[in-house]
Each structure stands twice: as C-alpha cells, then as structure tokens.
Design a protein around this ligand. Structure first.
Ligand code: NAP
Length: 367
C-alpha cells in the first residue's frame, strides 16, 4: 500500500525525519512516565512496560483514517486536515465515488451554472490535499473493534487508528440476471459517463425510473441513435424537472410497465438485445440494443464492516446524532448510511459532521 508516514508535518506528510524526531521526543517523555511509578512501587514493571509500549503504539497509530473518497469522504478529509489531524484517506479502487461517474451537477450549492461531477471531486481532493490529507488507493477489507481500539485492514495491511470515518458510499445495483458478470463491460454497464461515447449511432436502453435513469438517458442522447427508457411502472420516480426533460426529448422512448428478463449476447459475447416483459399484459418481446445502462439504485458498501456496526435490513449503517456509530471513535458519513436523501450536499454535510465529531473525540482522548 502506498501511503505517507503517519503524523509529522501536515503539509509534507511523507517526510520521515519529522516523524522520527517526534517519536524520539515522545519516547523520552514516555520513559519518564514509566520509570516514575516503578520507583514508587505502585505499578509492577511489566505493567509499566505495557503502558510504555501502548504509548509508543499510539504514536505509530494514525489519528484519523477515512474510508472512501466520494463527496462525504473528501468533505471529512477537508475538515480533518484543516484541523491538523493529517488524515489518511483510503480511496478504494474507484476513487471519487458516484459523483465521478456522473455528468453535470446542477444542485450543488455555489455553482449557478452547475459543475461536472468529476470536476467537483477533483476540486475537493485538491482542497483536502492542500490542508495535508494523505491518499492511498487501498481498499478497506476488514475492521476490528475492541473497546477504544480500532484496526482497519487496507488491502492486506492492518492499520491502527484512533478515529475512523466510514464514508464508503454505495455501489450501483444490477438486476441479477444470467450472464451479468460476463456482460459487464461488453454492453452492460451502470455508468453512462464512462461508457456512453462507445455507443455512437446505435440504439441503447436505460433501466430505471429515478433521477439516475433520467440523467443517464439524457446524457446518452448525445451519442446513441435511440435511447429506450425501460421502467417497471407507468410513471417516473425522478424529480419533476428531470422527468419533464426526459419526456420532452424526442430521442428518448419510454417503455412503461416493463422489465428486462434476459440479456441476449451475440456470438462474440457483446450485448445484442434484451428480452422484455410487460408486467401488466405479460407480453414478451425482444428489443435490439447495443448496450444496457442499469440505473436502478445502489447498495451500501459495507462488506468490510459486516457485523461490526449497527446496520438496517438493507445493510445501510445506522448513525445516531448525524455521524456517530455505536463504537467510540468510529464515525459514519454519506450514502453508506443514507437511504433517504442520497445527495452530494447531504453527503458533504455528514462528512463535515463526522470529521468534527472525530476531532472532538480525539481532543477528549488527549485530556
Ligand atoms: P432511485 O431513486 O432509488 O430510483 C431507482 C429506480 O430504479 C426506481 O425507478 C425503481 O423503480 C427502479 N428499480 C429499482 N429496482 C429495480 C429492479 N430490480 N428492476 C427494475 N427497476 C428497478 O435511485 P437513483 O435514480 O439512483 O437515485 C438515488 C438518489 O440519488 C435519489 O435520491 C435521487 O434523487 C438522487 N439523484 C439525484 C440526481 C440529481 O439531482 N441530478 C441524479 C442522480 C441521483 P420504482 O420507481 O418502481 O421504485
């Protein structure tokens, strides 16, 4: 895992000398502490040694680790870094979260003409880095909680941290049909921004009726000859402004009350068509499409934390007072705990709250 050394100068976090000096200075301080109780005979030497080692360990520990680099994780990183906590952000394999796969974001405050999702993410990343946040592509794969002790597994390496902010977001949901895994990347995707341009002048379809489906459909009209919007109901769930835009676009043809029951690949394994079923009439038919864009919502990314923190039936983590988990020192932010709002601005807000809670928790530890 590539990451800078913990602690040290926030603006030059990778600098080993400043870290060594800090450890040396603190070790001296701890040694004094250990010798004293042993001399009074109030604490057995072994216990004193243990306390000494624990002190050393806390210096080697990260102060704050943030899991996730979407809107929530980066907002937490900005606040934690600006509070001089020198946070380490585990970005995961797909840095940037959902905003990095979206197009124009029109409702993030402060951008009257909108801002591209990936650009907003780059700006947040730069802002966090400017204040001393450190980044690693490692993915959180495990968590150990024991009293005040927090260990997070980053790829294969266990890291100790005093505070942890979980902002691991949510991932696109698929239908769970046959051959799905094989077809992803071969005409099956959940990201129009990533893959839309590969499908010029050919028919494609989008599955879903929410804001994501609306956004993806509109974006795809730039490339595809035709965009079928396949929705299981006869009305969109998307916000009115988005639904109106979709329905007014001549390139988009909604197919209501319909579900996809099968993906049909060609002999090369690329998407050729989908099998449709009308849920009212039960009528079935085949629709030729070169690519299927699935936009049916998301599932929270909580695999690494399974069973360790409170979660609801669908796996969303449960936060109290906005960003607190049931475990001291562990905080939660963004879509991983949001089954209602799921907006960039709410994710940013809870990221801020989590970092401020973490900062307060760390100052109480130091008292
Ligand atoms: P969503 O609002 O949950 O919509 C998911 C859609 O997929 C619904 O229409 C749902 O149908 C359909 N669906 C779910 N499971 C399905 C299945 N198994 N088979 C077929 N269809 C299925 O998800 P989203 O569109 O990703 O939006 C999530 C949140 O992000 C929302 O709060 C949204 O407002 C927000 N968002 C905002 C913007 C924006 O403001 N620009 C852009 C994207 C997302 P039903 O309608 O029948 O439930």
């Amino acid at each position: 895992m590539d990451r800078a050394a913990p602690s040290g100068d926030a603006t030059n976090a990778a600098s080993p000398p400043s870290f060594s000096i800090e450890v040396a200075a603190a070790t001296t301080a701890r040694s004094t502490f250990v010798r004293e109780p042993a001399r009074c005979g109030q604490m057995p030497v072994r216990l004193a040694l243990l306390a000494h080692l624990r002190g050393m360990l806390s210096l080697l520990m990260e102060k704050v680790i943030i899991v996730g680099s979407g809107c929530a994780g980066l907002s937490a990183a900005i606040y934690a870094a600006r509070a001089n906590l020198n946070p380490l952000v585990l970005e995961g394999r797909q840095p940037g979260g959902q905003l990095s796969t979206t197009t124009l974001v029109e409702n993030y405050p402060g951008f009257p003409d909108g801002i591209d999702g990936p650009q907003l993410i780059i700006n947040m990343h730069d802002q966090a880095e400017k204040f001393g946040a450190r980044f690693s592509y490692a993915e959180a794969t495990g968590l150990e909680l024991d009293n005040k002790h927090v260990r997070i597994k980053a790829d294969d390496e266990w890291l100790e941290t005093q505070a942890l902010i979980i902002a691991s977001g949510a991932s696109a949901r698929y239908l769970g049909l046959e051959n799905e895994d094989k077809l992803i990347g071969h005409g099956l995707t959940s990201c129009a921004t990533c893959d839309g341009a590969f499908y010029k002048n050919v028919p494609v379809c989008v599955i879903g009726g929410g804001d994501s489906a609306a956004e993806e459909s509109l974006f795809l009209t730039r490339f595809a000859s035709k965009v079928y919007l396949i929705h299981r109901r006869d009305k969109m769930r998307a916000s009115k402004i988005m639904a109106d835009r979709v329905l007014a676009n001549k390139k988009i043809e909604p197919i209501w009350n319909t579900v996809v029951t099968k993906y049909i690949p060609d002999e090369k394994g690329e998407m050729r068509a989908v099998r449709l079923r009308n849920v009212k009439t039960k009528e079935e038919r085949e629709l030729a499409v070169a690519c299927v864009f699935v936009a049916i919502g998301h599932d929270p990314n909580t695999k690494a934390f399974a069973g360790k923190l409170d979660a609801d039936r669908e796996g969303y983590l449960i936060a109290k007072n906005l960003a607190e988990s049931k475990h001291p020192g562990v905080f939660i932010a963004g879509d991983v705990a949001d089954r209602v709002y799921k907006q960039a601005v709410t994710a940013a807000g809870t990221g801020c709250a989590a970092a401020m809670d973490a900062e307060r928790y760390l100052s109480e530890l130091e008292r």
